[in-house]
Design a protein around this ligand. Structure first.
Ligand SMILES: [Zn+2]
Ligand SMILES: [Zn+2]
Length: 235
């Protein structure tokens, strides 16, 4: 077995046939380091290596002194595992190894775990959950709604630029209440927001408008309860 390699294999193997990815590292002196091992197929020390067939389809080997190999690892691997491996190299610094994660948005290298944000979490069977994107600080910030603070991706954000144009600088909304919402959000000093926040604000404004209109109609007869303007009341 080569030195300075990261090996990914199927550990776990609990009853109920549940497998999961395990990792170990062979350092520059050929020393074995268990990064993560689980279940009965997990390899805890060098003596367990004899059961592992490196040519097996579900055993992957990466040279951690080779930048391209680390990039491949980033492409092949789950973002949660990538973060875990970077954390391990951070906690166990190795001469000659500069491990890094790759931002899912901009493709830049990230060398410190604290600069990573994992997003788009979802369940993946049983009690397990996983994330789909790994972001550098800048991409995370640029894709986060200024109103609700949820990460929605840069593409999904609506940039309200206060020049009678929004919806990413193109058009005003077709729905007049959404336009009112946009103005109201801008007045709050916010500009990059998600569509959910615009919709929610539009609903609030519409409800307030209707409340006022109904009060006015009942009190003064104008607009007439049966006019077009009050049709919303009847649907
Ligand atoms: Zn990035
Ligand atoms: Zn939002």
């Amino acid at each position: 077995m080569n030195n300075n390699i990261l090996v990914q294999y199927q550990g776990g193997g609990y009853s109920g046939c549940y497998w999961e990815w395990n990792f170990f590292y062979i350092d520059k002196d050929g020393q074995f380091h268990d990064i993560f091992s689980s279940g009965r197929a997990g390899i805890k020390d060098k003596s367990g290596l004899y059961v592992l067939d490196l040519s097996d389809d579900d055993v992957f080997t990466y040279s951690v002194t080779n930048k391209e190999d680390i990039k491949t690892f980033n492409k092949e691997c789950n973002v949660v595992h990538i973060t875990g491996i970077l954390q391990w190299f951070e906690d166990n610094p190795q001469e000659d190894v500069e491990f890094f994660a790759v931002c899912s948005e901009c493709g830049e290298d990230i060398t410190a775990c604290e600069e990573i944000t994992l997003e788009q979490w979802h369940g993946c069977g049983g009690i397990m959950s996983t994330a789909d994107v790994l972001l550098c600080q800048e991409c995370h910030m640029n894709g986060t709604c200024g109103c609700c603070n949820e990460y929605v991706t840069q593409k999904e954000l609506i940039y309200l630029d206060n020049e009678d144009k929004w919806n990413q600088g193109l058009e005003r909304f077709e729905n007049e209440y959404k336009n009112k919402a946009a103005i109201s959000i801008l007045e709050d000093g916010l500009s990059d927001v998600c569509i959910g926040c615009v919709d929610w604000r539009a609903e609030q404004i519409e409800q307030d408008d209707h409340k006022d209109l109904l009060f006015q109609s009942l009190a003064t007869g104008k607009p007439d309860m049966f006019s077009d303007e009050m049709r919303w009341f009847w649907v």
